[in-house]
Design a protein. Structure first.
Length: 260
């Protein structure tokens, strides 16, 4: 069962499970907490898992005006301050990973360790054919059914609001995020940059992000796409839990890390 908390102009819905250090899950764009079904129980065996649904997603109502990563990141900063109240591990998929990056840049005091999954730091990171696909695909199309269904089921705004949120999202990913490499270089939290080998975010973009963040590690999950949390959950979970629970090993021939 979930509950609501008011943060600025949004009423954020969230659910909790497990005990221990706080681990906050941030879902992808146009998604709900249901996409974390394969991660929440295993993670909750070791952590206090908190999963929040951002404005215009799932059980959380939309807010008037444009959908922006800045607003969503501000919501989550307020949420972390009010609900968690201490540094938390952030695990964000896609848009959730973007929000997690922005939190780590703006409020390093709120982040213990950071995991991004299939995230980009500017619009060029998403492959052109994906931008084209969203531009030509209608909100009520069959291709959007897997995203539309959970929204219509849970949104307090009702099924009729789906086309509005969908259009806001399409406009959002065209113009944002706009995180610079210099801003990524300010992230002080140990960071795992994770991506599927056939993701909608290019491998070149992902590697650039990995190289920009000082204390970062890189994982490419073979044989997966942007939906890697549901495609190979056991492998992803093992990699993420190892990163969160273990200290980095002393590598034998460090190159990048030796320079840092």
């Amino acid at each position: 069962m979930g509950q609501y908390i008011d943060v600025a102009d949004a009423s954020i819905w969230y659910a909790e499970e497990g005990t221990g250090e706080p681990l906050v899950l941030l879902h992808g764009g146009l998604c709900t907490n249901e996409t974390w079904a394969a991660q929440t129980p295993p993670f909750a065996q070791h952590f206090h898992v908190v999963a929040a649904e951002r404005r215009g997603h799932g059980h959380t109502a939309d807010v008037a005006g444009q959908l922006t990563y800045t607003a969503m990141a501000a919501d989550m900063v307020g949420f972390l301050d009010q609900v968690v109240g201490m540094p938390a591990h952030l695990v964000g998929h896609s848009d959730g990973g973007i929000v997690a990056l922005m939190i780590a840049i703006a409020r390093p005091d709120l982040v213990a360790k950071l995991v991004t999954i299939g995230a980009n730091y500017d619009p060029s990171g998403i492959l052109p054919e994906v931008h084209d696909m969203f531009t030509r695909t209608a909100a009520d199309s069959a291709e959007m059914a897997t995203l539309r269904g959970p929204y219509e089921k849970h949104s307090p705004d009702g099924p009729e609001h789906w086309p509005i949120v969908y259009q806001k999202f399409v406009e959002l990913i065209r113009r944002e995020p706009n995180i610079s490499l210099e801003e990524l270089a300010r992230i002080s939290a140990p960071t795992l940059v994770l991506v599927g080998d056939d993701d909608i975010v290019s491998l070149e973009h992902t590697v650039a992000m990995f190289r920009a963040i000082p204390k970062s590690e890189l994982a490419v999950i073979p044989g997966t796409s942007h939906a890697v949390p549901t495609e190979k959950p056991e492998l992803l979970n093992r990699i993420v839990l190892d990163f969160l629970q273990l200290e980095p090993v002393a590598t034998t021939v460090p190159i990048r890390r030796a320079r840092s």
